[in-house]
Design a binder for this molecule. Structure first.
Ligand code: G6P
Ligand code: ZN
Length: 541
C-alpha cells in the first residue's frame, strides 16, 4: 500500500448525476484518484465495507475500475463486486447494491453523453438503498476534494476483470460477476415472461436500438434469449468505448435510425431505445411516437396487468415539467400523485417511504421501486407486458387511453448554448413580471396563474426553491420554463408546452399544431426569439 501526496483540483463538484467531465480531464494524473479518495473520506471510509462497481463500457471505464479497486483495497474495503469487463448498467448496479446488501456503489458513466477520448466520462456514488447520493453527501464529497492532501492506492498488477470469479487484492475480495444475470432474473420476477414468450412466438416483431451502449448485452439476453424474439431484434448491441460515434440519447433526434424505421412502411410492431448507461428509454409503435409523459400515464393505467404490480400502485410521482397525463390516471385509480422538481433523486425518498411505486420524467426516464434508478429496459418490458395482456398494439392502446382520460398534448422546445448572461437576464426579468401576468391576455390565452415552483419534500421536509417557472392559462394549458442542469455549453433553456383536450373531439392533432397558441403566447410573454435572436428551438421532443 502506498500513500500518494496530492493537491486539490478545482471543479470536482458532483452534479445531479455524479461528476461529469471531458474524458481527458479525468485522465490527468491524480484527478480520478482525488475524487475517489474524497468520496471514500466523505462516506466515513470504506473499511470493512462491500461496494458494487461497474459502468457503461465507455472509454477509460476499465482503467478507472482498476484504479478504484486498488484504492478500495488500500482503504480496507472487504469486498468489491464488479461487473465482468467493468460493465454494469445503472439500473443493474442499483439492483446489485440492493440484492447483495452492499454499502454503496460506484458507477462509471456519463449517461447519455457521448463517450470516447474527446467526449465525456463520469463517476457517480450510489448509497446502500441503490440510489444516487443525496445532496448532503455530494456536498461532503465536494468539500473533501477541496482539502485533499493524499490518497491511498494498493501497489499491485491489474485485476483480471474478464473472467467471472473471486480473486484477492491484498485482503480485499474482488468478485467479478456476470453483469446481466441478476438483472435479468429480477425482470423475470416482475414480468409475465410466459406471456411475452407467447407474444414473440406468435410473430410479434420488435426493434431495440441499444445505441452501441450498455443495454446491448441485457437486451440480447432478455429479449432474444429468454423471450425468444428473433435474432437481430436488438441492434447496435455491442457496447463500444465511443458508442460507435453515436450520441446514446434515446430521443427522436439522436435515435433517428430507429425513428426512420418505425415511421417507415416495413416498421416492426414495436420499437425502443435506451441510453449510454441504460436508465433512459424511448418507446414507439408502428408509425407512432409515445411521448415520455404519455408513456408514464399509460404504464400507470395498465400496471395492474403486470404480475409485479398486480396488487396495484402505492402512488405515482412525476417531475413538475412532465405533463399531467399521469395525474388523471392517479385520480381515476384513487392514488396519490406527487409533483417533484426535475431529477430522479427526488423520487428516492418517496419510494423508500413506500408512498409511490411508479415514477417518471419527461426527459425519457421511467421506473419503479424495484430499484432506485430509472430503468430503460424495465420500461420496455412494461410496454411489452401491457401489449401482451391487452392484445393490442401501441397505437390502439394510446388511442383508448386518450379516449378515456383525454389527451395532454405535450412538447419540449430546447434553446441550446445560449449566452449564460442573456438566459439569466431573460428569466430574471420574467421572475420580476410573474405576479403581474395574472389576468393578462396573450394571443387569446388568459393567464390564470404564474409562479416559480418550489418543493418541500414530504418525507424529510427539505426545501428546494427556484425549480422552474410555471405559467398556467385558463382552460388547463400551461408552459414551464427552466434552465437545464446538465448542459455543458452555455445555458440551455427548456420550454415545456402542454395543452389538455378532454375529447372526444380533437384527440388526433399534430402536437406542434395543437400547441401553436401556447407557443405564440409564450413568445409574447417571454420574448425568447426576440431576446436571443434565435429563429426557433434547436431540439424538439
Ligand atoms: C438527468 C437526471 C434526470 C433529469 C435530467 C434533467 O438525466 O437523471 O432525472 O430529469 O437530468 O436534465 P436537465 O438537462 O433538464 O436538467
Ligand atoms: Zn442515463
Amino acid at each position: 500500500m502506498t500513500t500518494h501526496p496530492t493537491t486539490p483540483f478545482d471543479g470536482q463538484k458532483p452534479g445531479t448525476s455524479g461528476l461529469r467531465k471531458k474524458t481527458a480531464v479525468f485522465m490527468q494524473p491524480n484527478f480520478l484518484e482525488n475524487f475517489v479518495q474524497a468520496t471514500f473520506n466523505a462516506i466515513g471510509g470504506v473499511r470493512g465495507k462491500t461496494l458494487v462497481l461497474g459502468g457503461d463500457g465507455r472509454y477509460f471505464g476499465t482503467d478507472a475500475a482498476q484504479v478504484i479497486l486498488k484504492m478500495a483495497a488500500a482503504s480496507g474495503a472487504a469486498r468489491v463486486i464488479v461487473g465482468q469487463g467493468a460493465w454494469l448498467s445503472t439500473p443493474a448496479a442499483s439492483n446489485l447494491i440492493r440484492k447483495r446488501s452492499a454499502d454503496g456503489g460506484i458507477i462509471l458513466s456519463a449517461s447519455h453523453n457521448p463517450g470516447g477520448p474527446n467526449e465525456d466520462f463520469g463517476v457517480k456514488y450510489n448509497m446502500a438503498n441503490g440510489g444516487p447520493a443525496p445532496e448532503s453527501v455530494t456536498e461532503a464529497i465536494f468539500a473533501r476534494t477541496k482539502e485533499i492532501t493524499e490518497y491511498a492506492k494498493f501497489d499491485a498488477p491489474d485485476v483480471n476483470l474478464t473472467a467471472i470469479g473471486e480473486s484477492h487484492l491484498g485482503a480485499m475480495v474482488v468478485e467479478v460477476v456476470d453483469p446481466v444475470s441478476a438483472y435479468a432474473d429480477m425482470m423475470e420476477e416482475i414480468f409475465d415472461f410466459k406471456a411475452l414468450r407467447g407474444l414473440f412466438h406468435e410473430g410479434f416483431t420488435m426493434r431495440m436500438d441499444s445505441m452501441c451502449a450498455i443495454t446491448g448485452p441485457y437486451a440480447v439476453e432478455i429479449l432474444e434469449k429468454r423471450l425468444g424474439a428473433a435474432k437481430g431484434t436488438v441492434v447496435h448491441e455491442t457496447p463500444l468505448p465511443d458508442f460507435g460515434g453515436m450520441h446514446p440519447d434515446p430521443n427522436p433526434t439522436w435515435a433517428h435510425e430507429l425513428m426512420v424505421e418505425m415511421m417507415g412502411a416495413s416498421a416492426p410492431d414495436f420499437g425502443a431505445a435506451s441510453d449510454g448507461d441504460g436508465d433512459r428509454n424511448m418507446v414507439l409503435g408502428r408509425g407512432v411516437y409515445v411521448s415520455p409523459s404519455d408513456s408514464l400515464a399509460v404504464i400507470a393505467a395498465n400496471a395492474h396487468l403486470v404480475p409485479g404490480y398486480a396488487q396495484g400502485l402505492k402512488g405515482v410521482a412525476r417531475s413538475m415539467p412532465t405533463s399531467a397525463a399521469v395525474d388523471r390516471v392517479a385520480t381515476a385509480l384513487g392514488i396519490d400523485c406527487y409533483e417533484t422538481p426535475t431529477g430522479w433523486k427526488f423520487f428516492g425518498n418517496l419510494m423508500d417511504a413506500g408512498r409511490v411505486s411508479l415514477c417518471g420524467e419527461e426527459s425519457f426516464g421511467t421506473g419503479s421501486d424495484h430499484v432506485r434508478e430509472k430503468d430503460g429496459l424495465w420500461a420496455v418490458l412494461m410496454w411489452l407486458n401491457i401489449i401482451a395482456a391487452r392484445g393490442q398494439g401501441v397505437a390502439e392502446i394510446l388511442a383508448e387511453h386518450f379516449e378515456r382520460f383525454g389527451r395532454n398534448y405535450y412538447s419540449r422546445h430546447d434553446y441550446e448554448a445560449l449566452p449564460v448572461d442573456q438566459a439569466n437576464a431573460m428569466l430574471n426579468d420574467l421572475r420580476d413580471r410573474l405576479a403581474s401576468l395574472k389576468g393578462t391576455q396573450n394571443h387569446g390565452l388568459i393567464v390564470e396563474n404564474a409562479d416559480e415552483f418550489a418543493y418541500t419534500d414530504p418525507v424529510d421536509g427539505s426545501i428546494s426553491v427556484q425549480q422552474g417557472f410555471r405559467i398556467l392559462f385558463e382552460g388547463g394549458s400551461r408552459v414551464v420554463l427552466r434552465l437545464s442542469g446538465t448542459g455543458t455549453e452555455g445555458a440551455t433553456l427548456r420550454v415545456y408546452l402542454e395543452r389538455y383536450v378532454p375529447g372526444p373531439a380533437g384527440l388526433n392533432e399534430d402536437p406542434q399544431e395543437a400547441l401553436g397558441p401556447i407557443i405564440r403566447a409564450t413568445e409574447e410573454i417571454v420574448g425568447i426569439r426576440a431576446r436571443t435572436g434565435r429563429a426557433g428551438p434547436d431540439v424538439i421532443t
